[in-house]
Write a protein of this length. Structure first.
Length: 317
């Protein structure tokens, strides 16, 4: 493994400590590699199963397909959480224990210990990126299918809208937009009220509207989630600088403190920006749903206000 290339020649009295660090790094790499293998096996096995379910599930809402998809994505998320918890326990705590005990800033193994922590963090980051990519790929199949389904509904409506005729005089009825529930339209020629029933394809619109809106606003949700991740990364960056400066001289501590204060200022901006980005996403989401299902606008706005208020309460805690 790559970590053997970092091994340095040190006095014999420190070989035991170095061996502990090497062993911990090796166990961590093996652990991450096993998790990565399990994630890859799960992902490759799920793809054909999901494709088969998507093709065979006659439910307009694709309940079985979505249940299996959520289950697979949930398993991948659990693997990521397991690795994150293990990183705190096996890497961060081990690093802190040695840094505050035997390996201080002036110790011959100080840089070696820092490299150990960075190597292990990098391996976790690679694993996390792999999990995110697999999840995105699985859900991309779903998103593409939803957009395709919506296009079919619109094409079907456009092909049929010139066929709606008055039951009394046969005059063309003014049907300007798609409908998925029964509608009543007055004939402009004879004033007869006509009741029109949506086709089977149009009825499916209400089942895919939210997922379609979520897909179209995904970039805004990603911006919010990236801000949350940025705040977390800044916290750990400041925390690590603080730990590394504990045994340094006063000048180095002062420099470290300036860096920490700058990071805290950036983190504060990130914390303040996150709720704004979420509100932007939520507003865009319900605007999109209103465009798709204008008949449900009043209901959508109630849901929007409930979510805004709930999120605001959470941020206020």
């Amino acid at each position: 493994m790559a970590f053997f290339s970092k091994k340095k020649t040190i006095p014999n009295m420190y070989e035991d400590l170095q061996a502990q660090i090497d062993a911990r790094r090796e166990r961590w790499f093996v652990f991450i590699d096993k998790l990565n293998t399990r994630a890859e096996e799960l992902y490759l096995a799920a793809l054909p199963e999901l494709n088969a379910l998507k093709a065979s599930d006659s439910d307009p809402n694709k309940s079985t397909y979505n249940k299996v998809l959520s289950g697979v994505c949930g398993q991948l998320a659990n693997m990521r959480s397991k690795a994150y918890d293990a990183q705190d326990r096996e890497i961060s705590d081990f690093y802190d224990y040695l840094r505050h005990g035997e390996i201080t800033a002036l110790h011959p193994l100080s840089r070696y210990l820092t490299e150990f922590r960075n190597d292990c963090y990098d391996r976790f980051t690679e694993f996390e990126q792999s999990i995110n990519m697999k999840t995105d790929k699985l859900r991309e199949v779903e998103r593409d299918e939803i957009e395709y389904e919506y296009a079919k509904i619109i094409d079907s409506f456009n092909a049929d809208k010139d066929k709606f005729r008055c039951s009394q005089c046969g005059h063309l009825l003014p049907v300007e937009r798609i409908f998925f529930i029964s509608v009543h339209i007055v004939c402009p020629a004879c004033n007869t009220q006509n009741t029109l029933e949506p086709g089977r394809s149009a009825r499916n619109l209400q089942f895919i509207a939210k997922k379609l809106a979520e897909k179209r606003c995904e970039h805004l949700l990603n911006a919010y989630q990236n801000e949350i991740q940025n705040e977390r990364d800044l916290y750990f960056k400041a925390h690590n600088i603080k730990l590394d400066s504990i045994h340094k001289n006063d000048r180095e501590k002062a420099i470290a403190q300036e860096q920490i204060e700058a990071i805290h200022a950036e983190r504060k901006r990130s914390i303040e920006n996150a709720p704004h980005l979420y509100n932007v996403y939520l507003r865009a989401l319900y605007d999109e749903m209103n465009r798709i299902l204008p008949e449900f606008k009043e209901h959508h706005e109630k849901l929007y206000l409930e979510q805004i208020n709930q999120k605001g309460e959470n941020y206020g805690k």
